[in-house]
Design a protein around this ligand. Sequence first.
Ligand code: B12
Length: 287
Amino acid sequence: MIKESKSSQPTDPTLTLTEAADLLGVHYMTVYRYVRTGRLPAVKAGGGWLVNKSAIDDFASTPPTTKSEGNVDWPARLGDRLLAGDEAGAWNVIEASMTSGLEPSEVYLDALAPALAAIGSAWAAGEISIADEHRATAVTNRLIGRLGPRFHRPGQTRGTIVLGAVAGDHHAVPTAIASDLLRGNGFTVFDLGANSPVESFLDTAGSADRLIAVGITSSAAGTDDQMIATVAAIKEELQCPVVIGGHGIGSKARDAHPDAITASATEMLLAFNEIAELAISARTKTA
Ligand code: B12
């Protein structure tokens, strides 16, 4: 069960959609739509969807404004579909959120990231299994693939940023999302993904056209030593700015002396934008 989610995964689903439709007094297709847009939590069983009675009671007592897309808890809806392994349903939720006014960057930061944070908390509390987390991540990767093109900006690039997760960190979603957000800010981004060895950073950044900076993230505690070694190698070989950040950064990582340590996606964007402005004004002065 997702802690923060009001409409969490059903624990003991017993009702078919036909029975749920009878209880709610609506057509079968209406209940099916509620399920596939994340409004009514359900699990797949025997080729159909099953709903539990308490979810029906919750839904029936939800104010009509929420049912008709006002003030919607997008992270809860999306989290339910991620945990169900339901890519089509999760995409329906994202489309509905964008129709209601969320920008693609807000889908990432205000819907998907909090949905994943709730899934991480549920795992830490022993409420869901690691298999549930893996299944939700697989759907997440597919959603990012569909959202990515919306961050493409035509025109000249502001320069290249190389991103990767430090060696030992197996989380790939943070760099994938950061890459799209930075692309939306006009940068060319090379995303090395999870568990990136020092050599990958050096090779990719070393051959990048108009390199602005390297960003290294860690979402796994205990990677500070590796972070320090990676930043040191990049500084020594490429003398370029380095930004580090993420859940796994410990206090020791300060010894890496990066140009910025950021605690959120917004701070990360600010740091890269400032570094880019400095680089552009330095270039203008020497021209
Ligand atoms: C999905 C997930 C996994 C998946 C990852 C699959 C994949 N291919 O990515 C799997 C199942 C493999 C996994 C494994 C583990 N995980 Co995990 N995981 C998560 C989860 C649920 C989502 C991560 C995610 O994608 N978040 C989405 C992004 C957008 O959010 P974000 O982390 O806030 O990212 C932003 C920041 O990083 C920020 N940012 C700030 N500064 C900077 C700077 C730069 C340069 C960049 C690029 C970004 C950046 O920008 C990002 C947005 O782009 C999180 C929960 C959570 N709170 O996020 C736990 C979480 C990160 N995992 C955790 C743990 C404990 C583990 C495991 C040790 C145990 C486990 N659960 O199996 C292993 C570690 C393996 C390893 N050595 O790396 C903990 C980490 C706690 C800690 N500080 O160490 C978390 C927080 C869950 C929890 N509440 O306990 N995990």
